[in-house]
Write a protein that binds this ligand. Sequence first.
Ligand code: FES
Ligand code: FES
Length: 174
Amino acid sequence: MSATPQQDFAGHAISLTLNGQLRQLNVQPWTTLLDLLREQLDLVGTKKGCDHGQCGACTVLRDGKRINACLTLAIMCDGAELITIEGLAQDGQLHPMQQAFIKHDAFQCGYCTLGQICSAVGLANEGRASSNDDIKELMSGNLCRCGAYSNIRAAVQEVIPLLDAAPDQGGRNQ
Ligand code: FES
Ligand code: FES
């Protein structure tokens, strides 16, 4: 029996820096970054929630900017520097955002948490949040079905100094 075209296709060679390590990988043109991380590289901290860009569970950092790994083809990451939740800690020390999430008990089931943390680190890199409302708005792509929003914002505010530190009025990110 002859092989299907997919079986014949050897994939494309890409190289990228993943959590500080240079990786040479072979990827199919249709493979998403999320599937590359989870299925090929066993980096399962990046979660698959909706697989449609709706929930933020798959957020990772590409060249310091937060992206949805489910909406990104792996082949588009050739030459990129990627950081996943597994790469945030340095020298055995949790990233300050990870520490803040623990301190503020900013999770319940934890499914959204890895994406929330990566997104919050990306938000800190952007330098655009100067108020509680900014954090609500700019973290609105990360959903939490457990409704841990106020604790998540408390954690984010611990790391991102706000110019307007008005009290959090609660509610979900929107
Ligand atoms: Fe990517 Fe939901 S899994 S946004
Ligand atoms: Fe459960 Fe956010 S902690 S979905």
